[in-house]
Structure formats: structure tokens, C-alpha cells
Design a protein around this ligand. Structure first.
Ligand code: GDP
Length: 196
């Protein structure tokens, strides 16, 4: 899919403030610093769409971008960042979970997992929560360029951990914004869902 136009629509704190629309939307979420902003920029072929975060955890809002006037990218706040108060973290978690549960036009959540590490508890909790709530999601392993020789090993370990909780896993992608890899597969996946 070619990205012909992209428009920043706005930032919202709560689901009921988000655009009243039934265009399909695709949310991106992961731990702070997972590479979400870089990936959104790569997918949309823009350098500064989702600002590459200098301060992890600073994006607290639900950010909407209209793509090709026909679907949305929704940039969600990163989770798992320790340096904000517990109260604030709980508030963000509540807002995001409400958005994810209530949003009828949310077609898929791209759950980003850093391929360099073993599966983090916050990632496991998050995908378990998505599964428990029957929210459709795909897994995106980020920064695969950083673990050249160990990609297969690391990803196999993350998968086997997830398979202890789930019978089968959703669609998965491997991305590197440095090598510019994986974004086209994600766009094809979105296009296929949009055309269904
Ligand atoms: P966010 O907090 O999830 O939005 O993460 P950012 O997109 O701001 O990226 C966090 C850091 O990881 C930045 O220093 C990026 O340059 C770096 N980064 C992001 N994606 C990749 C990648 O695919 N490969 C490598 N090597 N670094 C990446």
C-alpha cells in the first residue's frame, strides 16, 4: 500500500473524546523505548510524524493519524516506564484499557516487543490482557538488527513463553527501522484487513 496522505487528527485522553468515526483503526503500543515512534515513522515514511521520544514515557495521550483518508494509525502511550508516579501509571493504564475495550472500530492492536530481551512481565501481562478481552492483536518484534545472530533464538524464547499461556499465537512481524525492514508486511496486513 502506498501512503498518499497522512494527517494528524489530534491527541485525546479518553476513549469518549476520540473521533466519532467508523473508519478502521490500528493501534500501536509497547513498553517505552520499544521503538514505536520510529516504527510509525517508517510505516508512514515520515521522519517526524511520531516524534522520536527523548524522554521515555512522555506520550500520555491517544494520538490519531488519518492515513489515505480511509484508516487511522493510533499511537498509544508506552507502558512499563518506572519513572512516573504509580498513580499516573494507573491512570494511563485505565484510560488505555478503556479505549481498547470500548473502541468498536479498532481492528488490530500491534503489540510491540523488543526482540533483544527475554519476554518482560509487562509485555506478557499486556498481551494476556488483550487475549482475555478478545481484542484482536498482532505481535511486532522490534530492533531485530541489534541481535543479528540471535534473532531466531530470542524470538523462539519469547514465543515459547507466550505459548505457555496461549494455545496459538497471533500474526507476528519482525521489524528494524535501521534496516528499514518489516514495515511493508505490516502495511500489507492492514490493507488486507481494510479490504475485507
Ligand atoms: P518509543 O519510545 O517506543 O517511541 O521508541 P523510539 O522510537 O523513540 O526508539 C527508542 C530508541 O530506540 C531510539 O534511540 C531509536 O533510535 C532506537 N530504535 C528504534 N527502532 C530501532 C531499530 O529498529 N533498531 C535499532 N538499532 N534502534 C532502534
Amino acid at each position: 500500500m502506498n501512503i498518499n496522505s497522512i494527517e494528524f487528527i489530534g491527541s485525546f485522553e479518553y476513549e469518549d473524546q476520540c473521533p466519532k468515526t467508523d473508519l478502521p483503526e490500528y493501534a500501536f503500543i509497547g513498553r517505552s523505548n520499544v521503538g514505536k515512534s520510529s516504527l510509525i515513522n517508517l510505516i508512514t515514511n515520515r521522519n517526524d510524524l511520531a516524534r522520536i521520544s527523548g524522554t521515555p514515557g512522555k506520550t500520555q495521550t491517544i494520538n490519531y493519524f488519518l492515513v489515505n483518508e480511509s484508516w487511522y494509525i493510533v499511537d498509544l502511550p508506552g507502558y512499563g516506564y518506572a519513572k512516573v508516579s504509580k498513580r499516573l501509571r494507573e491512570k494511563w493504564t485505565k484510560n488505555i484499557r478503556q479505549y481498547l475495550k470500548k473502541r468498536a472500530s479498532l481492528y488490530c492492536v500491534f503489540s510491540l516487543i523488543d526482540s533483544r530481551h527475554t519476554l518482560q512481565v509487562s509485555d506478557l501481562n499486556f498481551v494476556n490482557w488483550l487475549g482475555d478481552n478478545e481484542i484482536p492483536y498482532a505481535i511486532v518484534y522490534t530492533k531485530i538488527d541489534k541481535i543479528k545472530n540471535k534473532i531466531a533464538e530470542n524470538i523462539a524464547s519469547i514465543k515459547s513463553e507466550l505459548l505457555q499461556h496461549w494455545e496459538y499465537l497471533p500474526t507476528q512481524f519482525q521489524t528494524s527501522t535501521v534496516l528499514r525492514q518489516g514495515h511493508e508486511d505490516i502495511l500489507k496486513f492492514i490493507e488486507k484487513i481494510n479490504n475485507n
